[in-house]
Write a protein that binds this ligand. Structure first.
Ligand code: ATP
Ligand code: MG
Length: 346
């Protein structure tokens, strides 16, 4: 196991700056003395774009390759046209670094604001495909500006891309106690992509006889996320369905302030990237109100990816204890970060 971490940090926009500072605070506190942490900050996001017109220049993309992992706060600001930073920075990174597994764990922590309070333990993880589907930019507009305008957004699915993410999901399910894997798609309507996903899901499944499988259409899955979330263990799904389902999962398991995510390159040919599910939250930026817990839990995912399992578990336990101790009184971003830093160190 590597006893050093060379981390790229992209604080980004809005509350991204505030929550990343807390993530680094807790990371520093949890690492043993003999682990050398090096960080390099990258100035990317809305301010950079306003200043220079750049989103992610090639030189910085190259430089980012030299790190063990990337910690990202949030990217996006209402002053930048929609899509510029999402496509030019976030999606560019995911594609360039082949982040084909987008991992979003959902766990119901005690004492959290959720419509599902008092339910049996909810603990599932969504494996969202990260490089294909309708997010590749494959499409276009015709007859723009006329009443007959046409726009297409083609969902791209390759056997190669589907198989590798499905296999990753089987591996994850096989490593969990319940060993259950659910495929979510919409193969009664999206028959071309849907049937390929199902066929590959069934074929790869033959190699994992211990994993129980089932299939749900995405609309049914949204119902079960709310009415029977305990039925899920690992879910594998395409890029678009995964995007929507994981926001729903965050909402039913304690809110967006707690939802962590990882953009993983399982082959480790490029660094993986860890970030909270939430965005830059311009409505509360600069007020010290943002909950840094989602970012701190993303740091735990980062540590686990780099082989620091004990440290990752210490962060998750600290978060559970901190949430259990919350009494409803408002705490600042900094106070939550401080409290968690103390807990992981102690
Ligand atoms: P993006 O397009 O960047 O994902 P978004 O419009 O989906 O952004 P968010 O930035 O995620 O929205 O914010 C959605 C709502 O959740 C806002 O009201 C915001 O204040 C709130 N919110 C987001 N993150 C946090 C957080 N860490 N703590 C508290 N509230 C948050
Ligand atoms: Mg969002």
């Amino acid at each position: 196991m590597s006893r050093s971490i060379n981390l790229a940090v992209i604080p980004g926009d809005g509350i991204g700056q505030e929550v990343v500072a807390q993530g680094l605070k807790v990371l520093t506190a949890v690492l043993p003395q003999d682990v050398k942490l090096e960080t390099k900050e990258y100035d990317l996001g809305a301010r950079r774009w306003h200043r220079t017109g750049e989103t992610l220049p090639d030189a910085e993309l190259d430089s980012l390759k030299n790190h063990d992992a990337i910690l990202l706060g949030a990217i996006g600001d209402p002053s930048v046209p929609s899509g510029v930073l999402e496509r030019g920075l976030l999606l560019k990174l995911r594609f360039a670094f082949d982040h084909y597994v987008n991992l979003r764990p959902s766990k119901l922590f005690p004492n959290t604001a959720t419509p599902l309070a008092g339910r049996p333990e909810i603990d599932f993880v969504v494996v969202r495909e990260g490089t294909e589907g309708p997010y590749t930019g494959n499409g276009g507009s015709l007859r723009t500006g006329t009443p007959a305008e046409v726009a297409t957004e083609v969902s791209l699915n390759t056997a190669y891309g589907v198989e590798r993410v499905v296999r990753d999901a089987y591996e994850r399910a096989n490593a969990r106690p319940r060993k259950k894997l659910t495929l979510v798609h919409k193969n009664n309507v999206l028959v071309h992509a849907g049937h390929m996903w199902k066929k590959i899901f069934d074929t790869v499944g033959q190699e994992y006889p211990e994993v129980t499988t089932d299939y749900l259409h995405v609309d049914a899955a949204t119902i079960f996320f709310v009415t029977q979330p305990e039925r899920f263990d690992v879910i594998v799904t395409d890029n678009l369905f995964g995007d929507i389902l994981t926001d729903l999962a965050a909402a039913v398991t304690g809110g967006i302030g707690l939802a962590a995510s990882a953009n993983i390159n399982p082959d480790r040919t490029f660094p993986s990237m860890f970030e909270p599910v939430h965005g830059s939250a311009p409505d509360i930026a600069g007020q010290g109100k943002a909950d840094p817990t989602a970012t701190i839990l993303s740091v735990a995912l980062l540590l686990r990816h780099l082989g620091f399992d004990a440290e990752a578990a210490r962060i998750e336990d600290a978060v559970a204890a901190d949430l259990a101790a919350r009494d409803g009184s408002a705490r600042t971003t900094d106070e939550i970060g401080d409290a968690l830093a103390v807990r992981v160190a102690g």
